[in-house]
Design a protein around this ligand. Structure first.
Ligand code: GLP
Length: 235
C-alpha cells in the first residue's frame, strides 16, 4: 500500500486528479470506477480543468459508478447519477452512453445488479477505482457487517450513514434508507484502487481501515489485501 499524507484538500485533489489523468493518458479507453460524496469533488474539478486544457481526453473512457440510492431517478437532484452528470460528465467530453450508474429504479433490481457486475466483466474490468470512505468505514455503500458481500447488491444504510449524508438533503427523513452498491468483489477486482479521505474526523477510521485488523466490521479494511492501493489523506 502506498499511503500519502498531504497538508491540504487542494493538494489531495490535484494529486488524485493526476493519478486518474495518468491512467487516461496511459490507456485512453480505460474504465474508471467513480465515486460520489464530497471528497472527490476537488478531483473532478481538476479533471474538468485538465480536459478543457487538452491534457486529457475522455472520448474513449468508460465510467462505472459505485452506487445509487434506491428509488431515485437520474433527474432527482439527490441521485448519484445527477451528482455525476453535474459534477463531472456534463463538463468533459465523455460519451454519456459510456457512463454507468446503477439503475436503482429498475423493476427487477436483482437482475440489474447481476447485469451491472457482468458489464464490468464485459468491459475488461475497472482500471482504477476511486473511493471515499464513510465514517463507519463503508466504501461504496458496503456497510459494516458480519461478512463481506461480493456482488452488486441492495443494502440498508446504517443510521450513522443516514445522519452523515443528511447534510446533502433538506432534512434527515429525506435520505433514502436503501441503496444499490457494487460489492467487495467488484471493488477488489479493480486493477488499481485510489482511496481519498480528508478531515480530522476521518483520521480514526482511516487508521483502523489501513492499519487495523481486516474485518467486515470495517469494510474498507479489505483493501489491505489489494495489491495496488494508494491512499491519499489530508487533515
Ligand atoms: C457516501 C458514498 C460513499 C462515500 C461516502 C463518504 O456514503 N456512498 O461512496 O465514500 O459517502 O462521503 P464523503 O466523501 O462526503 O465523506
Amino acid at each position: 500500500m502506498n499511503f500519502v499524507k498531504v497538508d491540504s484538500y487542494e493538494k489531495l485533489s490535484r494529486m488524485g486528479a493526476d493519478i486518474i489523468a495518468a491512467q487516461i493518458i496511459l490507456k485512453p479507453n480505460c474504465v474508471l470506477g467513480l465515486a460520489t460524496g464530497s471528497s472527490p469533488l476537488g478531483i473532478y474539478a481538476n479533471l474538468i480543468e485538465d480536459n478543457k486544457n487538452g491534457k486529457i481526453d475522455f472520448s474513449n473512457v468508460t465510467s462505472i459508478n459505485l452506487d445509487e440510492y434506491l428509488g431515485l431517478t437520474g433527474d432527482n437532484d439527490q441521485s448519484y447519477r445527477y451528482f455525476m452528470d453535474h459534477n463531472l460528465f456534463n463538463h468533459v467530453n465523455i460519451k454519456k452512453e459510456n457512463t454507468f450508474v446503477p439503475n436503482a429504479v429498475a423493476n427487477d433490481i436483482e437482475k440489474e445488479c447481476k447485469e451491472y457486475d457482468q458489464r464490468i466483466l464485459d468491459k475488461g474490468g475497472i482500471d482504477i477505482q476511486l473511493l471515499g470512505i464513510g465514517l463507519d468505514g463503508h466504501i461504496g455503500f458496503n456497510e459494516p457487517d458480519t461478512c463481506f458481500t461480493k456482488e452488486t447488491h441492495t443494502v440498508t444504510l446504517d443510521e450513522s450513514t443516514i445522519v452523515a449524508n443528511a447534510r446533502f438533503f433538506e432534512k434527515e427523513e429525506d435520505v433514502p434508507r436503501q441503496a444499490v452498491t457494487l460489492g467487495m468483489g467488484g471493488i477488489m477486482q479493480a486493477k488499481k484502487v485510489l482511496l481519498i479521505a480528508s478531515g480530522k474526523e476521518k483520521e480514526e477510521i482511516v487508521e483502523k481501515a489501513f492499519f487495523g485488523p481486516i474485518t467486515p466490521e470495517v469494510p474498507a479494511s479489505i483493501l489491505q489485501l489489494h495489491p495496488d492501493v494508494t491512499v491519499i489523506f489530508s487533515k
